[in-house]
Write a protein that binds this ligand. Structure first.
Ligand code: MTE
Ligand code: LUZ
Ligand code: MOS
Length: 752
């Protein structure tokens, strides 16, 4: 079962935001953004822009009909700067013109006077200044203070992890159309149609029933459009409201890179204590999250860092503290893994630190401490663990010690090329950590020609969620997939949606679809019972477009059944709701069962470093991955491969650089290096681990969107091991990404 979109994608026929046909009279918006990262906004002179060619209107904060506020969690983010600016790239004014080019030209003519204020880009400095987004969060298990005194070995250190540009191929954008009586229809490239609807209502003063948001699909989101699509939709909405004409804005790549937030950089302090058997007895960690200038999704991202701070390990004594630090960078946001990867990087650093000093392999420490069934995570949930089974499966197929021995042998004779290997176990919790977000609805129509239409709030962004939902409907009705059409996510059909995020879209929307289809199927089987004169509906089923009695095909086909049901005035539509059962978390105790289940896996990553040049190649990423029971191996393997390559970029070559004035230096593809086809490992092997049934996973097929990204954390440590093979005494701070430049400086520390 291929992705439903494959053919229309390769033919260029799939519809993205830029393919929505223009309505006559469409205007274009462009934003004038702050050139300064922090300052008092003295004046905004719009006169030259207003008289510029083709300009219809210039909009500043004072023009908004509704509230000048787009902050979803905290009201700390104006749509348009007012009074102060807090990051370079913060929108100040909107220019609306007859063409895209004229809008961009006029936006250059806006003059702003800003009295600069002190710029903070470092989260530790922000924390020292007391600039926190929310009060610190803490997880405690056992008692670290007394546990450390009983440890044979204790190591302390620091780890830094940089951010990551989302680099969805389709940039942010929206298209707003005025409807009758002041209403609006918004086409938006968003993961969160309801978030866009709510935020548009806030800035326009409309009610939610007056605003329709429609999302056909995204050219990638990766978390960057979970919250940060809102601003651009609001800009178009406000402009459409004030001009009473359709308004479109699709960002240029450099605007997008400059104005939008990224994965959160973190700085962390750790302290790890082990006994003489290499059991981790205690772990203390403090995270400083670089939130940027506004709250955005930083609090839940921070929380997920805590949830995953011990990765796949059981540690009996944990104290984990996390600070969300307000700096003068664009507000950072969701990005595949949502804070989890940063938490995992730190404990892997602590383990590598301990391994260095104890002269053992990190994998010996990792293996000894894998979480077992019934062990408790620091947040109180008991593990149903596959950590050992994925490790064992990966090890039996890929043979870690043989790999390690081969590399030792190679490094023994190879002078300038050195190889490194690292093992990376992963454990990722599935569910929004905010329990109230774990719900979805599905609207299913069986039309009287026998075709099936499904609408949910799930947003297709390349991850294949539409294909999975179509598979569910086809399966319940016993139909070929061609009978099922998945419609665009639209707030008129499906209301109050959670964003497509947390890897949970297929589970939540698929389960709702399953329920809706089951309800219709039940009604159809009742009709079938009468038509084929069966005694009861038990034993009746729908398969291959026919009604079956036990295993025997009847002569009643799907089309006749549907027409007959229609004539009998049976309801062929259903709107179903699904909410994940049995989850919950109590922040007053910081304990609970936040996750429906966990996804596990173990990867082994091998690299070769050219120790003359500092260049390296990732030779292989081989993993055992817990798919549950995959409902679509093509899509799921694609997600694993894509996640791995995206993770490799984050850990190795992608370097977000802001200067001390908060200006983004890595603001284009020329200065921000992303993995290309040559950076993709020649060998990515995926060994599926078929694990026991999970009711919360759609058809027992576990969520797959985010977890595989974290395998690539192993690449950092594999490179580190190769560098150590060349230069055993090198001092190697934990400071991701490990760019070729950093590798070279680590190999030749005196050259600097
Ligand atoms: N895959 C593609 N091709 N494009 C994307 O934007 N986003 C990832 C992941 N895989 C993404 C992707 C992220 S961040 C998430 S949370 C999940 O897909 C969301 O989709 P799901 O819930 O259907 O897994
Ligand atoms: N978004 C969110 C997420 O709002 N809550 C989450 O727990 C989450 N997890 C992963 C990705 N996005
Ligand atoms: Mo993904 S970070 O949950 O959009």
């Amino acid at each position: 079962m291929h992705n439903l979109d494959s053919k229309s994608h390769v033919r260029g026929e799939s519809v993205f935001l830029d393919d929505v046909p223009f309505v006559r009279g469409t205007l274009y918006a462009c934003v004038s953004d702050s050139p300064v990262a922090h300052g008092v906004l003295r004046s905004v002179n719009t006169r030259a822009a207003e008289t510029s060619d083709g300009v219809v209107r210039v909009i500043t904060a004072k023009d908004l009909v509704g509230e000048n506020q787009i902050g979803g969690i905290l009201p700390d983010e104006p749509l348009l700067a007012d009074g102060e600016v807090h990051f370079q790239g913060q929108p100040i004014a909107i220019v609306v013109a007859e063409s895209e080019e004229l809008a961009r030209k006029a936006a250059q003519k806006i003059e702003v006077k800003i009295d600069p204020l002190a710029v903070v880009t470092d989260p530790r400095t922000a924390a020292a200044n007391g600039a926190l987004i929310i009060p610190p969060k803490k997880f405690v298990l056992g008692d670290t203070a007394s546990a450390f005194s009983n440890c044979d070995h204790v190591f302390e250190g620091r780890a830094d992890i940089n951010g990551q540009e989302h680099l969805y191929i389709e940039t942010q954008g929206a298209y707003a159309l005025p409807l009758e009586k002041g209403g609006l229809r918004i086409y938006s490239s968003t993961q969160g149609p309801t978030a866009v609807q709510r935020t548009v209502c806030r800035v326009t003063g409309l009610q939610m029933h007056e605003v329709e948001v429609d999302v056909q699909r995204l050219g990638g989101g990766f978390g960057g459009k979970e919250d940060q699509a809102n601003a651009w939709a609001c800009i178009c909405a406000v402009a459409a409201q004030l001009t009473k004409r359709p308004v479109k804005y699709a960002l240029h790549r450099m605007e997008d890179m400059r104005m939008t937030g990224k994965r959160h950089p973190y700085s962390a302090d750790y302290k790890i204590g082990l006994d003489r058997d290499l059991k981790i007895v205690a772990y203390e960690v403090t995270f400083f999250q670089n939130a940027g200038a506004a709250c955005d999704l930083s609090p839940p991202v921070l929380e997920r860092t805590l949830f995953h701070c011990t990765n796949s390990y059981f540690v009996p004594n944990v104290t984990a503290t996390a600070y969300s630090c307000r700096t003068n960078l664009p507000p950072n946001t969701a990005f595949r893994g949502f804070g989890g990867p940063q938490g995992m990087f730190v404990i892997e650093s602590a383990i590598a630190h301990a391994a260095d000093n104890l002269k053992v392999k990190a994998s010996d420490i990792q293996r000894k401490n894998l979480i077992n069934n019934g062990d408790e995570f620091p947040y109180g949930q008991k593990a149903e663990s596959e950590a050992v089974s994925t490790w064992t499966q990966a090890n039996s197929k890929f043979d870690f010690s043989k790999l390690q021995a081969e590399i030792l042998e190679f490094n023994g004779w190879s002078k300038y090329l050195k190889k490194g290997v690292a093992v990376m176990p992963v454990c990722f919790g599935i569910s929004f950590t905010k329990t109230p977000m774990n719900h979805a609805r599905s609207l299913v129509h069986v039309y009287n020609d026998g075709s099936v239409a499904v609408s949910t709030g799930a947003v297709e962004m390349g991850q294949g969620v539409n294909t999975k939902i179509a598979q569910v409907a086809a399966r319940v009705f016993g139909l070929p997939i061609e009978y099922v059409k998945i419609h665009a996510a639209n707030t008129l059909r499906i209301a109050n949606t959670s964003p497509t995020a947390a890897s949970a879209a297929a589970d939540l929307n698929g389960k709702a679809t399953e329920a809706a289809c089951e309800a219709i199927r039940g009604r159809l089987l009742k009709v079938a019972k009468g038509l084929i004169e069966a005694k009861s509906t038990t034993g009746l089923s729908l398969q291959d477009r026919f009604v079956y009695r036990k295993k025997e095909k009847s002569n009643l086909d799907w089309h006749s059944l549907v027409s007959e049901a229609h004539l009998q005035r049976v309801n062929l539509s259903e709107h179903a709701h699904y909410a994940t059962p049995e989850i919950g978390f109590d922040w007053s105790t910081a304990k609970g069962n936040p996750f429906a289940y966990h996804v596990y896996g173990t990867a082994v990553i091998g690299v070769t470093v050219d120790c003359l040049r500092g260049r390296y190649e990732v030779d292989f990423v081989r993993c055992s991955h817990d798919f549950g029971s995959s409902m679509n191996t093509d899509i799921d393997h694609g997600q694993v491969e894509g996640g791995i390559v995206q993770g490799l970029g984050w850990m190795t070559m992608e370097e977000v650089v802001y200067d001390e004035n908060g200006k983004l230096r890595s603001n284009a593809f020329s200065t921000y290096k992303v993995p290309d086809i040559y950076a993709v490992p020649k060998d990515i092997s995926i060994l599926p681990l078929e694990t026991k049934r999970k009711s919360a996973a759609l058809l027992n097929s576990k969520a797959v969107g985010e977890p595989p990204l974290m395998y690539s954390i192993g690449a950092y440590f594999a490179i580190r091991n190769a560098v150590k093979a060349f230069s055993p005494s090198a001092s190697l701070p934990f400071d991701a990404p490990f760019t070729p430049e950093k590798v070279l400086l680590a190999l030749y520390p005196t050259v600097e």
